[in-house]
Design a binder for this molecule. Structure first.
Ligand code: SAM
Ligand code: SF4
Length: 270
């Protein structure tokens, strides 16, 4: 699929839940994040149909994200349903890895190929602060388990912090880079973004954040097809039909991101 600016769109990121077991301060409010009603969340069958239609239109790469994808009940079953879609080349997931130790092997067997893990520091105390309560040992165990399960390459997403009162950005980024080197992991540094003010930047070591190179569409967990992370445009697959919603999102894909006042990272998927 080519969009109006001649960008080849072959990548769909699917948010499978807006729930999360962590509360990273740059992503989710501590209390009462405004969460979707369970009945509005797409079923596995709906998600599988979206992937089938997407592949028929030219998508060959799918990433599952969230919220935290591993808190979605029976996520392994969803992975196998998606992996069955003929023509899909690449199936990946982005996770905080706190639950990955037990899920890595079943996910790999179900057809997950690759995994990205979010890790902003290797300091257990700072990790607990950033995530408001997370246990970094679970993440390390998850990473070991992902490697053992053959989910290669394991990539690490490190959001670069900044600003007064926040953790020491440089030291943390360096510590994560060192940890990744020692453990054979690829690392990408993501500048902290703000959907509501339109502040975003290029991902170092990755492909995100560069509008000229953008190859993605996004699906929210309640079935809105979004042409851009930094846009309020959204096309409802339930009312429009999957193919129509996807075609409209492609047609409406802006040349550049601006702002997104309707979503937060935890409900659009980062
Ligand atoms: N829970 C999973 C995780 O943390 O990997 C998947 C969802 S999370 C929303 C996806 C990615 O978005 C993570 O790598 C996270 O670091 C990133 N993210 C969240 N809020 C962000 C922000 N304000 N700026 C930049 N990246 C952000
Ligand atoms: Fe949860 Fe991921 Fe957002 Fe952190 S970045 S609160 S782990 S969804």
């Amino acid at each position: 699929m080519l969009d109006r600016y001649n960008r080849k769109i072959n990548y769909l990121r699917i948010s499978v839940t807006d729930r999360c077991n962590l509360r990273c301060h740059y992503c989710m409010p501590e209390n009462d994040p405004c969460l979707l009603r369970h009945e509005d969340i797409l079923s596995f069958e709906e998600i599988q149909q979206v992937v089938a239609v997407a592949v028929s239109l030219g998508i060959d790469k799918v990433r599952l994200t969230g919220g935290e994808p591993l808190v979605r009940k029976d996520i392994v079953d969803l992975v196998s349903m998606i992996a069955e879609v003929p023509g899909l080349q690449d199936l990946a997931m982005t996770t905080n890895a706190t639950l990955l130790e037990r899920f890595a092997m079943p996910l790999a067997r179900a057809g997950l190929q690759r995994i990205n893990i979010s890790l902003d520091t290797v300091d257990p105390v700072k990790f607990r602060e950033i995530t408001r309560g997370g246990d970094i040992q679970q993440v390390f165990a998850g990473i070991r388990s992902a490697k053992k399960a053959g989910l290669e390459p394991v990539k690490v997403n490190c959001v670069i912090q900044g600003g007064p009162g926040e953790v020491d950005m440089e030291a943390d980024a360096l510590s994560v880079a060192g940890y990744c080197r020692e453990n054979g992991l690829q690392v990408r540094f993501i500048p902290k973004m703000d959907l509501h003010t339109g502040q975003f930047g290029i991902v170092y070591g990755g492909t995100g954040g560069d509008c000229k190179q953008c190859n993605r569409l996004r699906l929210t967990s309640d079935g809105k097809m979004k042409p851009c992370l930094f846009s309020d445009l959204a096309f409802d697959i339930r009312s429009l039909g999957i193919q129509k919603a996807m075609e409209m999102a492609l047609e409406a894909k802006p040349e550049k991101g601006t702002v997104n006042l309707s979503n937060c990272f935890h409900n659009i998927g980062g």
